[in-house]
Ligand binder design. Structure first.
Ligand SMILES: Nc1ncnc2c1ncn2[C@@H]1O[C@H](COP(=O)(O)OP(=O)(O)OP(=O)(O)O)[C@@H](O)[C@H]1O
Length: 233
């Protein structure tokens, strides 16, 4: 186990508004860490800074990322009813980065493996535009998995899913993470599965971050979302 992400005295502000102050933590390269925090706590701001540091190599000097291949799945977006590609072709786009219009045998296998890992093999030929919200979300994740990353960053991948599909996705991602021994950073508002299925939590609150073992997630860090829903109804 080595450190994959190191953050030392990181600070983020928009104008005079300080979002995160003097953040320091490190994350290993083979564990699943859930990033928690209320709306506006700075989760996306932190992930963006980590991605910038990793991809441009000129990001914030306070952040070091030690990963060869990073895959990032942003919050759910609908590509629209006119999107022309099948799920399989869309997933293939994730790795067609060598400029050639075809895939090698190895790349084809990576695409099939990615589809199978999120249970989309039978829907491979379905136009992405015709897929349900949950199927689209899994296609986005399959596209990221096809890259076979050593760091996978997911921004609220379960926001469009009911609890049964959330549980299934958690299991699928956990399986990939353990099979490949990769680092996963998972932003989530749903904390119901964290104690059982994650390694660590990174809880952003009061401009700072608390890192801990997932099974010891403090009650205060649990999502208030379900309570809010109860109040509404
Ligand atoms: N470009 C920007 N300019 C000014 N303020 C910003 C900008 N981006 C984010 N903020 C502010 O920074 C704070 C943190 O935003 P961020 O999106 O990182 O929070 P979050 O924890 O991801 O929230 P959510 O759970 O709602 O997605 C918020 O108060 C937000 O309004």
């Amino acid at each position: 186990m080595t450190e994959q992400i190191q953050v030392r005295h990181f600070q983020a502000a928009f104008g005079k508004k300080i979002i995160l102050k003097d953040l320091s933590f490190s994350l290993p390269n083979d564990q699943l860490t859930v990033v928690l925090g209320e709306n506006g706590a700075g989760k996306t701001t932190l992930i963006r800074a980590i991605l910038q540091a990793a991809l441009t190599k000129k990001g914030d000097a306070a952040i070091q990322v030690n990963a060869q291949k990073i895959a990032y799945v942003p919050q759910f977006r609908d590509l629209g009813a006119d999107y022309p590609l099948s799920i399989q072709a869309f997933v293939s786009l994730g790795i067609r980065d060598h400029g050639l219009p075809w895939l090698s045998k190895k790349e084809k296998k990576a695409v099939q493996d990615a589809l199978q890992r999120v249970d989309l093999t039978e829907l491979a030929d379905l136009p992405l535009a015709k897929a349900s919200g949950g199927q689209k979300q899994r296609a986005y994740i399959a596209q990221a998995l096809a890259k076979q990353p050593d760091l996978l960053i997911l921004d609220e991948p379960t926001s469009a899913l009911d609890s049964q599909h959330t549980r299934a996705l958690v299991q699928q991602i956990r399986q990939v993470q353990q099979d490949w021994q990769i680092g996963v950073l998972w932003i989530s508002h749903d904390t119901t599965w964290v104690r059982k299925s994650a390694d660590n939590f990174l809880w952003l609150h009061d401009q700072t971050a608390s890192l801990g073992v997932a099974k010891d997630l403090p009650v205060e860090a649990e999502s208030k979302h379900q309570e809010e829903v109860k109040h509404v109804f």
